[in-house]
Ligand binder design. Sequence first.
Ligand SMILES: *Cc1c(COP(=O)(O)O)cnc(C)c1O
Length: 356
Amino acid sequence: MKKHNFNAGPSILPREVIEQTAQGVLDFNGIGLSILEISHRSADFKPVIEEAESLFKELLDIPEGYSVVFLGGGASLQFCMVPYNFLEKKAAYLNTGTWAKKALKEAKLFGETVEVASSADKNYNYIPKNFTVPEDADYFHITTNNTIFGTELHHDFDTKVPVIADMSSDIFSRTLDVSKYAMIYGGAQKNLAPAGLTFVIVKNDALGKVSRQIPTMLDYKTHVEKGSMFNTPPVLPIYSAMLNLRWLKAQGGVKEMERRALAKADALYSEIDRNKLFVPTIADKADRSYMNICFVMAPEYQELEKEFFEFAVSKGMVGIKGHRSVGGFRASCYNALSLESVQALISCMQEFEKKH
Ligand SMILES: *Cc1c(COP(=O)(O)O)cnc(C)c1O
């Protein structure tokens, strides 16, 4: 039976990217060695990291004056590296979920923080509006897609304060204006590559403005200056990321991914809104994530939750259990997930409705 992979992360990658990665593990580019056993500084690997970087720049239309670096440590290490490198006096944070809150917690270790707004009062089921960012903040931190709660910021911010964004779970799924950000970062394992890789897109002249000493490994300048080669970068996930970006480009680029994301999200949210058994957890359509689509049983059908879950699993659905802090269901619809998989889930919901 075909599996429909709705895992939230690590998550679905295009089958051909997995096959090409596997081939590189067995015999990289026909050199008779595995990519696992060659130097990251070798002439064989160098073109991989260069192509990964140039595909980032091309596909996201990154302007001059920005660097792309590949690190380890996950998005979670960025929660501390960001204030280490950018917080001199005060930093502003928008608290839209678990990851945003964790980022804010780390920043508090480095200086004054301002939570400009929070949706914690309603279990993060909306994006706060009408807040002001203090003009004297060193930066304004946002989480563009809230993977756990299923809300998403679908626009870039216009503020005088430099914007720093965690885009772990929606990078390459929508077009964006990189020039509106001082930095964009994320873990690769949601929409880009296997776990173990962190990407950072940073505006070069935003660096070097804090007075504190920064340990070498935690200083973005180190990695920018050494082209991600200060120490051994995560070689295999970088290779996979490069293959995935080649795939993405061949599919039509980020614009096409955005079109597909909208089509998938539209189809699934329409069914959730229509089907009497289910309700969406995010009421405001403008705040709904295209990547992580959350829904629960309607109150009068609450007792059917387990039965629907088991029914969906029997039909090949994988990873649709909601995060424990929301309950119900979460269908993650990342770039590599096909519309056919979304339609299979919809059929499942319709079949289940007919039975009840
Ligand atoms: C998954 C996730 C993280 C955590 O990423 P790690 O790489 O596991 O540290 C942070 N932010 C967002 C938005 C995420 O989805």
